[in-house]
Design a protein around this ligand. Sequence first.
Ligand code: ZN
Length: 309
Amino acid sequence: MLPFALSGAILLAKTGDYFLRKAVLVLPLVNMGELLNEARKGDWAVGSFSVANMEMVMGVLMAAEEKESPVILQIAEVRLKNSPLELIGPLMVSAAENADIPVAVHFDHGITPEVIEQALDFGFSSVMIDGSQLPIDRNIAVTKEIVETAREYGAEVEGEIGSVGGSEDNTEDIAVRCTSPEQALEFVAKTGVDALAVAIGNAHGNYIKKPQLRFDILESISSLVDVPLVLHGGTGLTDEDYKRCIELGIKKINIATATFNAVESRVRQEYQADRINGYYDLQTAEVNGACENALRHIELFGSAGKAFL
Ligand SMILES: [Zn+2]
């Protein structure tokens, strides 16, 4: 695949006829690694926003297009009971293909190999296999298998080692177990993953007490491991925490809880202000809530203006 960073394409992307642009440019659905490796050249990171419906997809892409930022759309396996993969998957992929900015479509916290493969069949450009609760040898073995499968699709894989606190759908209280830098090195070498989620005191969901991130551990991992690092449990970290993480090698930041919170609270505010008179006002409020949240994080992560480098 050609890199998205074609300078001649910038003009065309911004001014050209839609069909001409589609014919000449690479499709905006890109591999996660293309975005993350671009981010590694500078002090910025790509936001990976969880989506549950069309309104959230629209809101995130609206923000990314406005800010000319690359972006990742993601959904986690545990969320499929609310948003079935056969419905949301093609929607996400199609939205990415029709966007004016580079978009990767990512399957977050994959647990079941068959479901991960289904996501790949739908055209997801990357998948995560979360073997972090398994003993390391087992985690390496399952992750390696998913890497082999994903390669057949030309897709990429994110693995996780150590244990991010909480759980993706807030139903379990998994304790934080920080990633060992040496094990991270071994894991990446043995599995061939394209990105690595690390545990440095971060946790999923809303933080109950202020998180104390272990920047020292992050720094050691970065110095040993040569793949982009991923931060989960980003909701509730301070702006300074984010900046420091990005400087120390975090190139993909997952924003799940903040997206859901933003959409829900925007809808609530609009009702309270009596501005919702009918279904389509509700829909607009959802899109705007997702958009606002993505705009804020894109600015914070420094990815604004980086879509056509
Ligand atoms: Zn996560």
